[in-house]
Design a binder for this molecule. Structure first.
Ligand SMILES: C[S@@+](CC[C@H](N)C(=O)[O-])C[C@H]1O[C@@H](n2cnc3c(N)ncnc32)[C@H](O)[C@@H]1O
Length: 241
């Protein structure tokens, strides 16, 4: 990697208070190489340029640490993780996390497993499942300190995917663009039904540009009733209201 390019990335990271070691930078670079190569035959990302992947995937993923404190050794689940974003990036920065990558598409899980093996990441599980199914299984239901999700579904649907997986006292964090007010309004009832508290919104922007970002944090304060999540597809077909 060119020195000037690496310095530029480090500058953008410094803007959000993140300092990656050279080794972490190299590990992320290997992940990006795998992503770009596999992307030629499988649609994993619409972004095809390394610098943009750094900004729009890597730095974007790491914004979560501006918005929330995630305790050492926390059990984290990335719901609808696709190629492994944001989960794999969070794990490279914070190797202490106990991470599960949940994804409905088998081919994406195969890519994640290959990436995890190649990058030598430990303590990661790649779980091929729909969120609605995992949320009903004893081994996943209310077992996670934090559920994160990026670009998966509107908030009123997303809360039914994520909150059942979160422990009482834990947190779900949704990565969103600038316009969250309508989504928040539409999700009010669903959040209350599923055991979530009033959401808090972190507002900021992506370093190196003007793009606004929001992270919606919802603390879980009571157990999710046993009839949620509903069967696969129902949260999308009939969002809670
Ligand atoms: C647009 S992609 C985003 C992937 C990744 N989070 C990112 O930010 O690049 C959405 C992913 O969520 C997955 N997904 C959507 N609904 C899901 C569900 N109910 N359970 C599990 N995965 C789901 C899709 O298969 C897809 O890979």
């Amino acid at each position: 990697m060119q020195v000037s390019f690496k310095e530029k990335i480090k500058e953008m990271l410094a803007e959000i208070g993140i300092n990656l070691t050279d080794r972490q930078v190299e590990t992320i670079k290997s992940y990006i190489d795998m992503l770009l190569e596999t992307n030629r035959e499988m649609n994993l990302t619409a972004i095809n340029e390394e610098g943009e992947i750094w900004r729009k995937h890597v730095i974007d993923s790491l914004l979560v640490f501006c918005a929330a404190e995630i305790s050492s050794g926390a059990r984290v689940i990335d719901v609808g993780s696709g190629a492994g974003i944001p989960g794999i990036i969070l794990k490279i920065y914070r190797p202490d996390l106990n991470l599960t990558l949940l994804e409905a598409q088998r081919k994406k899980i195969i890519f994640q497993e290959e990436a995890v093996a190649k990058l030598g990441l430990k303590n990661i599980k790649c779980l091929w499942s729909r969120a609605e199914e995992a949320g009903r299984l004893e081994e996943h239901r209310e077992k996670y300190d934090v559920a994160v999700a990026r670009a998966v579904a509107p908030l009123n649907i997303l809360v039914e995917y994520c909150l059942p997986l979160v422990k009482v006292g834990g947190l779900m964090i949704a990565y969103k663009g600038p316009s969250v007010d309508e989504e928040l309004k539409a999700a009010e009832k669903a959040i209350a039904i599923l055991g979530g508290d009033q959401p808090e919104v972190w507002r900021g922007h992506l370093p190196g540009g003007e793009e606004e970002r929001r992270l919606i944090k919802i603390k879980k304060s009571t157990k999710t009733p046993t009839n949620y999540p509903r069967r696969a597809g129902m949260p999308t077909r009939k969002p809670l209201k």
